[in-house]
Design a protein around this ligand. Structure first.
Ligand SMILES: C[S@@+](CC[C@H](N)C(=O)[O-])C[C@H]1O[C@@H](n2cnc3c(N)ncnc32)[C@H](O)[C@@H]1O
Length: 269
């Protein structure tokens, strides 16, 4: 009996020691990871967004505690951590597992690990459709690959990119912090509602031709045809036709709004 106690005691100590050594080693390996600007990444290298531009990007997207921010390719976690400090819930998706662990440690050190979380995954195989704000520091061709998915997100979703464009989808706002410095330009896009096509309204019809957030079209009332151009801001639509300004909210297959001097208007398709 006594022998068995001694044996069990010895076994427990050995297991504890082994666990301590293994965990200590794993901890040491993680803590020693120091990222190098320009290091290889799956589809793009890691270069950190300067903190001044991080702040600008999140301000341009007007990130608040109501938002769910996802950074695609989150690196050391700075966009996610800063979004969490603004009160948002934020997720970083990053392919490099060392960067994911580093970002988690950074979030812990900054006291925001409850709101700033990180996931090791490929952004091209991830579902980010629930985000209200997407942040990007990728490359133009990667933005273009993401663009169809982004355009299918909820109207009003804000997309902010460090430097790189969305090809012929013009930004709604571009801010340059410093003409001379690299990585100092941010672009904002607001996902527009889809209105392209023919709509019926009381006493007439509207045909919208949509190119991203820009619309042109024809409003037909009886025998009168009025050409117009206008813009979408998320689910908000605005155009001038026949001397009146039309504003409205697009909700799937209905638009409801008001026109200057003419009361309300509703369109369906
Ligand atoms: C230019 S860095 C930007 C880091 C961070 N968003 C920032 O602005 O500081 C791009 C990041 O994307 C990661 N990355 C590259 N391809 C990826 C992929 N297919 N899925 C997830 N992350 C990827 C890289 O490892 C790198 O950390």
């Amino acid at each position: 009996m006594e022998k068995r106690i001694h044996f069990n005691h010895y076994l427990a100590i050995t297991i504890s020691l082994l666990l301590a050594i293994t965990c200590g080693y794993a901890q040491e390996t993680d803590n020693n990871f120091t990222p190098q600007s320009g290091q290889a990444g799956k589809d793009v290298v890691w270069v950190p967004t300067p903190q001044a531009l991080v702040d600008t990007m999140l301000a341009m997207a007007n990130v608040t505690s109501a938002d769910y921010v996802i950074d695609l390719g989150s690196g050391d976690g700075r966009l996610v951590i800063t979004a969490a400090k603004r009160g948002a819930t934020a997720l970083g998706i990053e392919y490099n597992p060392d960067m994911v662990e580093l970002a988690k440690r950074n979030a812990m050190e900054e006291g925001v690990s409850a709101k700033a979380t990180f996931k090791q995954a490929d952004i091209f195989e991830s579902d980010f459709s629930q985000a209200t704000v997407i942040t990007l520091f990728l490359l133009s061709d990667l933005n273009l690959r993401l663009r169809p998915t982004i355009l299918n997100m909820k109207p009003g979703t804000r997309i902010v990119s460090n430097t790189f464009s969305m090809s012929d989808w013009e930004s709604d706002l571009t801010v340059r912090l410093n003409e001379m410095a690299s990585w100092s330009t941010a672009h904002l896009w607001i996902v527009p509602a889809k209105v392209d096509g023919n709509w019926k309204l009381d006493g007439g019809q509207i045909k919208f031709t949509q190119k991203f957030q820009y619309i042109t079209g024809t409003l037909t009332m009886g025998n009168e045809e009025m050409e117009f151009s206008g813009k979408l801001n998320g689910d908000k639509i605005n155009f001038h036709a026949g001397g009146m300004e039309y504003t409205g909210t697009v909700s799937g297959n209905t638009i409801a709004g008001t026109r200057t001097g003419g009361g309300s208007w509703n369109a369906t398709r």
